[in-house]
Design a protein around this ligand. Structure first.
Ligand code: DCT
Ligand code: MG
Length: 439
């Protein structure tokens, strides 16, 4: 049915004819019209998010806008940017075209504008302007002080305080945490390495075992997710016999203090009571455990010491896939390293290069064994992953998840679990290991 007379005519006349290969033509059309459109599930707890991702630049830009919103005490906006950044982290390939983002969850107009800007020009004008803004810089410096939140920082900025020196000169009264935060500002802004976290883990284990044999210490937070550095070190402590962990924290803190390991500590008592915690209660009770926020005095190691501690850690703290380390095998050193710098000799202006120690933020949490799986899940993070787990539980399953328990509102009862896997199963979610919770 095709009219090929023009073709035969041309051939006869010896005119050149371009014959198009059907397959080549199809390929060309596909190249031009078909971009790979990404698709990911809505909740971060349904996705596997590793530390590496294909869209670091975009995710980083959106994270900065999230941080800025949080610094402005606008948590709703902060979460929206965090969710968008997490979606980009979960994509299987780098984004090259806006078309690929059609239908992805959590990407509102604002986020799409930022992404478009970066794809087209290499940077986002909004992100660059934020980074340069005096207010952002001041909020970041001031909230960077341990013990200072967004509200306090905003108040100080209204008083004309933008820098640490201005704060020191202002005569503002600081609480004990803020004083310690200001004093150790430089140290606390140095990232903590995994090696340092392990060394502190050895010390915490020694403290815990010597006041309660059989107790167990687990490294949680970012290090459990496989991060190589962190802003602090988080530990969860429990004992296999329910109730034996009661009153443990003050003893651990006393031991650490007597050895000169603590530059600052504030312990809060366990205020969690299940009977009061029915479905009407909010799920965000992460800090109702017996908890100690501290600043550790970590002796800088020479090579010899590193080797010794390296040997110890073979039976010590867990790898990211483990859930719990047994302390009964850990050798305890009869002569724990005693800080060579006595208390009271610390000066804020001290040259960190010549000191034999550094300050490190350490969080200790004690959980009864019956709540341990929930505490472990809650303290492993990331913060967004935790938030999404709770959102999933509430919206999709009519359940309330906290770091203490899981309550089923339909059945009006608590769902017990002795492992993280069981909690994911209760929630109807595929199990995601710690190393893939880096949303
Ligand atoms: N957490 C949470 N919600 C919060 C604070 C903490 O769910 N508001 C949980 C998740 C992570 C864990 O506690 C430890 O908190 P951080 O130390 O702040 O987080 P991190 O992931 O360990 O980060 P970093 O590596 O910087 O310490
Ligand atoms: Mg941490």
């Amino acid at each position: 049915l095709l009219d090929i007379s023009w073709f035969t005519e041309s051939m006869k006349a010896g005119r050149p004819v371009q014959v198009l290969d059907r397959h080549k033509l199809q390929e060309q059309l596909v190249d031009e019209t078909e971009v790979e459109v990404f698709s990911v599930p809505s909740y971060a707890c349904q996705r596997r998010t590793t530390l590496d991702n294909h869209n670091n630049v975009l995710a980083h830009a959106l994270s900065l806008l999230a941080e800025n919103a949080e610094l402005e005490d606008e948590d709703g906006r902060g979460v929206a940017f965090r969710r968008a950044a997490a979606v980009l982290k979960a994509l299987p390939k780098p984004v090259t075209s806006m078309m690929q983002l059609r239908g992805l969850p959590c990407l509102g107009d604002h986020c799409l504008r930022v992404i478009k800007d970066i794809l087209e020009t290499g940077t986002s004008s909004e992100v660059e302007a934020t980074k340069q803004s005096e207010r952002y810089k001041a909020l970041k410096v001031l909230t960077g002080i341990f013990g200072v939140g967004a509200k306090t920082a905003a108040r100080w900025i209204r008083d004309g305080i933008h820098t640490l020196q201005q704060l020191r000169d202002s005569g503002h009264t600081l609480n004990r945490a803020q004083q310690a935060g200001l004093e150790h500002y430089e140290d606390l802004h140095q990232q903590v390495t995994k090696a340092e976290a392990d060394t502190i883990g050895e010390i915490v284990e020694r403290a815990v075992v010597s006041v309660l044999p059989g107790a167990q210490v687990v490294l949680t937070g970012g290090f459990r997710r496989g991060k190589l550095t962190g802003h602090d070190v988080d530990f969860l402590i429990t004992h296999p016999v329910e109730g034996r962990e009661e009153g443990l924290m003050p003893k651990v803190v006393s031991w650490l203090e007597s050895q000169g390991f603590l530059l600052y500590q504030k312990t809060t008592r366990n205020s969690y009571l299940e009977s009061n915690d029915g479905p009407a209660r909010p799920a965000s009770n992460i800090d109702r455990f017996e908890r100690c926020l501290s600043i550790f005095k970590l002796i800088k190691e020479d090579k010899h010491e590193t080797k010794q501690l390296g040997k110890l850690s073979e039976n010590g703290l867990e790898t990211p896939e483990d859930t719990c380390s047994s302390l009964t095998h850990v050798q305890t050193d009869p002569n724990p390293a005693t800080p060579s710098c006595a208390k009271g000799q610390i000066h804020s202006g001290e040259d960190t290069g010549h000191r034999l120690w550094r300050a490190v933020r350490v969080d200790l949490v004690v959980s009864p064994i019956s709540q341990f799986a929930f505490a472990l899940l809650g303290w492993t993070g990331s913060k967004l992953f935790e938030r999404e787990l709770r959102r999933w539980a509430g919206y999709e399953k009519a359940m309330s998840l906290s770091s203490h328990a899981l309550y089923d509102n339909n059945q009006s009862r608590y769902l017990r679990a002795t492992s993280e896997e069981e909690i994911f199963a209760h929630l109807g979610l595929e199990y995601i290991p710690p190393s893939e919770r880096n949303a």
